[in-house]
Design a protein around this ligand. Sequence first.
Ligand code: ZN
Length: 312
Amino acid sequence: MNATSPVLRVLAPNPSPLTLEGTNSYLVFAGARAIAIDPGPPIAAHVDALIAAAAARAATIAAIAVTHGHPDHAPAAAMLRARTNAPVYGHANATFPIDRAVGDGARIDIADASGEIASLGVIDAPGHARDHLVFTYARESALFTGDVVIGYGTIVIAPPHGDMRAYQRTLARLRDEHGDARTIYGGHGAAVGDPRAKLDEYIAHRQRRESEILTELAAGERTIPELVTAIYESVARVLWPAAARQVLAYLIALEREGRVHSRSLERELTRAETAMLDPDLSAIVDPQSIAVARAELGYDRELTTIDAYRLC
Ligand SMILES: [Zn+2]
């Protein structure tokens, strides 16, 4: 990305442990027009910044493409639409308002008056969220991956909307069909210059975590907090609630496959278990990021009892 690149990153001012430095919004230019990808959280100054970044290249925003409905990616789409009249493109099951549903194999095209074209391909990419899309940009041999692949670290697959096996299939498909891409522009962090290596790393990481869980369970019945304490020891404790959601995603997959069995321990959570499974998010992120954290972590019900898991 440089002054002459048709891709421009505009960083949203929403840093947190779950969003890294903030959400990456992107503009893809075609002469005097641009596609905005992931306008981001509902921050008016960021919408202003997107419009100004387009104007700085004498362009207007003609289309808005959203990777998924999480509150750090999608809400500004409606705000940007109100300012530009550009249609919002998203998944058919999008959890946010869209003008045009796009599915696997669809294209999002814009052209300016001189005939310059920008064209994005659409890949259905479930796993992190059910309404997740990845966009391809052949001209730069680039992928816009939202929260499927980010610049550094790994992303959270949190039930009920996150599905570990769907996510693993999405990663495998991206590697098999787009491993030759030159650049991944993720939803957070810097651009990735070696997509195949990054996808291999993500795929191996998931397999390693799953085998760590299976190794622990081979030693006996375990609760999720016990698994997290054993497996995520080297990870910052502030991220343990996210790790717990991740472990749950593996366990749901394994239970569905008949490899793991769960039972309720029929007792209330200890304070340490509550801190991991139902944490006070205001102690983890700033107040305006709590909605993002709840969505990213998939909290949808109150926990009253704790489960234990064993191998079948
Ligand atoms: Zn997300």
